[in-house]
Design a protein around this ligand. Structure first.
Ligand code: BTN
Length: 247
């Protein structure tokens, strides 16, 4: 992963470019990086602020031979790669909020947007988009996320090399992806749990068409969140968004 990197100064969205290149036969492991995105996208139709030179805005093309239903595993795996990378910075303690947001001290610092092209039982390609706020200052955060987002710069008071971060992230991603391909996914789930800030918390699920409140008790082998509701029953949540309920 990352032995070939395509670099853009300005782009709409690296995920859109990744999909375009993948549809035209780009190989697994190709990475698209941009200095700036003008229409960066987040999950659930949100926008992703991607100011010039301040973060890592990138997408990775993967072509795993797995069932499309197993694709969420790649997203969890990416969150673990991000957490490991942040963990290597002094004084930084990353947490993963289900399914794949990386948080530092309760504020979001990185996110993952996975998009795929698949047939019934076969994946054609997966584009894993990763956004990391590296050197964004507080003043550069859009007002609507000013209080809920952070960056390495905001947390440490220093600027960091985006190249070093990217190198470490690609190394971790590669290692995790290889073990995933060799069927060693259980260890990834365990590591995800180690970093999790979601388990054992009271949460609200706000996926489209789902209204659920309870305690997040576990992550199953497929990456689904297991929620115990007030009546004691266990519900499995495969996609969507959670908020932490106030006690
Ligand atoms: C989220 O947390 O909602 C996911 C954010 C993903 C942002 C990255 S930045 C690179 C790639 N290109 C995009 O348009 N989005 C992803």
């Amino acid at each position: 992963i990352g032995s070939r990197i395509v670099y853009f100064d300005t782009i709409g969205s690296t995920n859109d470019k990744g999909k375009e290149l993948a549809a035209n036969g780009a190989p697994e492991g190709l990475v698209i990086v941009a200095e700036e995105q003008t229409t960066g996208r987040g999950r659930l139709g949100r926008t992703w602020s991607s100011p010039k030179g301040r973060g890592i805005w990138m997408s990775v093309i993967l072509r795993p031979e797995i069932n499309p239903m197993d694709a969420p595993k790649l997203t969890l795996l990416t969150a673990v790669a991000l957490a490991r990378t942040f963990d290597s910075y002094p004084g930084i303690q990353p947490g993963i909020k289900w399914p794949n947001d990386v948080f530092i001290k309760g504020k979001k610092i990185a996110g993952v947007l996975t998009e795929m092209n698949a047939e019934l039982e076969r994946i054609n390609y997966v584009v894993v988009g990763i956004g990391v706020n590296v050197n964004t200052s507080r003043a550069e955060l859009p007002p609507e996320i000013e209080n809920i987002a952070t960056s390495l710069y905001i947390e440490t008071g220093k600027s960091w090399s985006r190249k070093d971060f990217l190198t470490k992230l690609l190394e971790e991603l590669e290692a995790l992806y290889l073990s995933f391909k060799m069927g060693e996914y259980a260890a990834v789930v365990e590591e995800w749990k180690k970093y999790s800030v979601t388990l054992n918390k009271k949460i609200k699920v706000t996926s489209p068409g789902v209204a659920l409140e309870g305690t997040a008790v576990d992550l199953d082998d497929d990456g689904a969140l297991i929620v115990r509701t007030r009546d004691g029953s266990l519900k499995r949540v495969v996609a969507g968004e959670i908020t932490f309920a106030s006690r």
